[in-house]
Design a protein around this ligand. Structure first.
Ligand code: SAH
Ligand code: SF4
Length: 359
């Protein structure tokens, strides 16, 4: 595919005030900003040409300066429970994944009309967690805000339904792309934009302590999930290289700071991997750190990744692990799988579609 023009700004990266400035620079009245925003986020057109109540010359000027996020849908996989996985090609040919999950009761409680979209923030990932498909081929680049916002718009267009919740649990480490992430969230949250409530947006991080503190200072009440996966330095280090940079205690202190500022409970995600972090002593350590932070725990049976040797524990072991948390009074859930059949763990679909690169 021909790479898209890089000198044009993605129109979906702009705040309403910035749209207003852009309009003024083009000699247009300020109200054009609201008009354009309505075309982008209410009527959801895919070209400036379709903005039929704008003067033709003005539409051409917009066309010369701004671009629409070209998310080309390459593959859509759906599983029986209608979890749907989209593989998108970006303007420069990069591949990303976005996953639509009809309900995620294990994570966020029962609600039948809930549709959660799992959004990517980077192409690849630099953090190299040993169990994760996204990190296997390294890091290519950050997504810009427009590319993040466009995943939501594009999936809603393709499936014909509105998304109610967002989780930044797709490919990439969201907090390593902090500025673009926050910009996208503001647009996704804004009444003039996509209008998704902040409490329905969850950022997941592998544990970037300084950025967790930054996020704590941010006024939006977005939710935070920590990919903990190990409750001691020893275990965490074995599977998550980021733990060397931000050891467990430093991470937990950042979490406590976040909880204190936001007055909000956070979630620890904990993938259960056989023989690595699923022993009784691991559960006991998890009880301790969860109490320290007042976190709830979401246990996720490991999803097999081609080329990696990790295994998911037996169901009996998963239930035993959960029961230890529950008996200790730690709010905990166990995801009883969705999407396992469509390579749902992040990065897997993209990986199947990439040219073979070893590993
Ligand atoms: N980089 C961020 C967000 C993307 S990963 C983070 O790590 O939190 C989203 C979630 O998918 C993380 O909790 C991650 O640990 C989990 N995950 C990655 N590979 C997985 C696998 N093979 N099976 C189950 N969960 C996996
Ligand atoms: Fe990156 Fe998250 Fe995967 Fe770790 S789990 S490699 S941080 S995407």
């Amino acid at each position: 595919m021909v790479p898209g023009p890089t000198d044009k700004l993605p129109i979906h990266s702009l705040f309403l005030e910035e749209l207003g400035e852009a309009m003024r620079e083009l000699g247009q009245p300020g109200y054009r900003a609201e008009q354009v925003a309505r075309w982008l986020y209410q009527r959801r057109v895919n070209s400036f040409d379709a903005m039929t109540d704008l003067p033709a010359g003005f539409r051409r000027s917009l066309e010369e300066r701004y671009q629409f996020g070209a998310l080309e849908s390459l593959r859509v996989l759906g599983s029986e429970d209608t979890t749907r996985k989209y593989l998108f090609r970006l303007g420069d040919g990069s591949l990303i994944e976005t996953v639509l999950i009809p309900a995620s009761p294990a994570l966020y409680g029962e609600s039948s009309d809930r549709r959660t979209l799992c959004v990517s923030t980077q192409v690849g990932c630099a953090y190299g967690c040993k169990f994760c498909a996204s990190g296997l081929d390294g890091f290519s680049r950050n997504l810009n805000a427009g590319e993040i916002v466009s995943q939501v718009l594009r999936v809603e267009e393709l499936c014909g339904e509105r998304v109610s919740n967002l989780v930044f649990m797709g490919m990439g480490e969201p907090l390593a792309n902090y500025a673009n992430l926050m910009r996208a969230i503001e647009i996704l949250n804004a009444p003039w934009g996509v209008g998704i409530g902040a409490r329905r947006i969850t950022i997941s991080t592998s544990g970037l302590a300084p950025q967790i503190r930054l996020l704590a200072e941010q006024p939006l009440q977005v939710r935070l999930a920590i990919s903990l996966h190990g409750a001691t330095d020893e275990v965490r280090q074995q599977i998550m290289p980021v733990n060397r940079k931000y050891p467990l205690q430093q991470l937990l202190e950042a979490c406590e700071y976040y909880v204190g500022r936001k007055k909000q409970r956070i979630t620890f995600e904990y993938i259960l991997i056989e023989g690595v972090n699923d022993r009784e002593q691991d559960a006991a350590a998890l009880v301790r750190v969860s109490r320290q932070v007042g976190a709830k725990v979401n246990c996720i049976p490991y999803n097999q990744v081609d080329g990696l040797e990790w295994k998911r524990p037996s169901e009996a072991r998963q239930e035993l692990f959960l029961s230890i948390l529950e008996r200790a009074g730690v709010p905990a859930t166990l995801r009883r799988e969705k999407g396992h059949d469509i390579a749902a763990a992040c990065g897997q679909l993209r990986r199947q579609s990439l040219p073979v690169s070893g590993g």
